[in-house]
Design a protein around this ligand. Structure first.
Ligand code: UFG
Length: 332
């Protein structure tokens, strides 16, 4: 029996595929390699290149492999892009999930764990955010992820699908041995952008807004290590295998750091002064996003291991130093 990781060549997907391999599971990875990298897929996993919007491809996968659970990361995930190309997000995130679920129902594969996001909440009513708090996305990316959650609910009611949605906060860090890590093009996330300064790829980091209602005026986020996210997927799948009910879980550390605090920690870790320039706010950024992950800890038994900001930045820095061009060197 095997676990199918869709989008397993991407950032969080590849770390989860590796964690599954290390846990002794039989792993099948599928990815269209639009934003993922073949080199990020563990050697022990069987790899299929294809797109979840291609019904024949998904049918073939489910017919050739003996799949007893699916972990679904195959989606577009850039907030800014989703605002200028909303239909791309509806097509990949929603139409892709619809095709996947059609095939799963047809083949009797009834367990799925999938990536949702803190962006489903929009501007939070309070922090820390509970799973029961209002969901009111302020961008198209979050809207499509919330719609995926709803799609799962109705397909579950009609066809007996079992699902867990994991709402990630700010994913960051890299595999501690620096074998895999974060490689987005274009990069929009704070930590990898900060680390581009000591790498000589940019002169400074732009701080988007210093007039937020937070102690130092910059936005506060809940940074969660990618390996801790990976473990949560395994726990969620095991929970479904053991008869767990459909559910939604936040995944964060429950501690918030401001942009300036992240920058200060990165200066300590890298030993580089990392110049910063205060700029205007970026549209659509909530002042604070901090998760309550008590439910994941209680119900799934999740225990984040890499929960210090220092460790998070150290693992990211080790990856970026050893892979200055991301996975490009592995291609050549
Ligand atoms: N930031 C800067 N300068 C930069 C980049 C980011 O100041 O060059 C700030 C942002 O304004 C924000 C914080 O750093 O306050 C973190 O920004 P990221 O882009 O790293 O992450 P976001 O919080 O915007 O996005 C994350 C996930 C999304 C998810 C979103 C939920 O990456 O997938 O949280 O709101 F949708």
């Amino acid at each position: 029996m095997s676990i199918l990781v869709l989008g397993g060549a991407g950032y969080i997907g590849s770390h989860t595929a590796l964690a599954l391999v290390k846990a002794g599971r039989d792993v099948v990875v599928a990815d269209n390699l639009e934003t993922g990298f073949r080199a990020a897929v563990p050697d022990a996993a069987r790899f299929y290149e294809g797109d979840i919007r291609d019904r024949a491809f998904v049918d073939r996968l489910l017919e050739q492999e003996n799949i007893d659970g699916v972990i679904h990361f195959a989606a577009n995930s850039q907030v800014g892009e989703s605002m200028v190309k909303p239909l791309k997000y509806y097509d990949n995130n929603l139409c892709g999930t619809k095709t996947l679920l059609e095939s799963m129902v047809a083949h009797g594969v009834d367990k799925i764990v999938f990536s949702s996001t803190a962006a489903t909440y929009g501007e939070p009513e309070r922090v820390p955010i509970l799973e029961t708090d209002r969901t009111c996305p302020t961008n198209c990316y979050g809207e499509t992820k919330l719609a995926m959650e709803h799609m799962m609910k109705w397909v579950s009611a009609a066809h007996g699908l079992h699902f867990v949605a994991l709402r990630y906060f700010n994913a960051c860090g890299a595999e501690p041995d620096a074998s895999i890590g974060e490689a987005h093009n274009p990069e929009t996330h704070l930590i990898p952008l900060i680390l581009q300064v000591p790498q000589g790829k940019r002169s400074h980091i732009s701080v988007f807004g210093k007039d937020y209602p937070t102690p130092d005026g910059t936005c506060i986020r809940d940074y969660i290590h990618v390996c801790d996210l990976a473990q949560a997927h395994i726990l969620a799948l095991d929970y479904l295998m053991q008869g767990g009910q459909n559910d939604v879980f936040n995944l964060g550390n429950g501690v918030g750091f401001s942009v300036l605090e992240v920058l200060e920690e990165a200066r300590r870790v890298t030993g580089h002064p990392i110049p910063a320039k205060i700029e205007d706010r970026r549209a659509g950024d909530p002042a604070q996003l901090i998760a309550s992950s008590d439910k994941a800890k209680t119900v799934l038994g999740w225990k984040p291991e890499y929960d210090s900001l220092q460790t998070i930045i150290e693992t990211a820095w080790a990856w970026h130093q050893s892979h200055p061009t991301g996975y490009e060197q592995e291609r050549g």
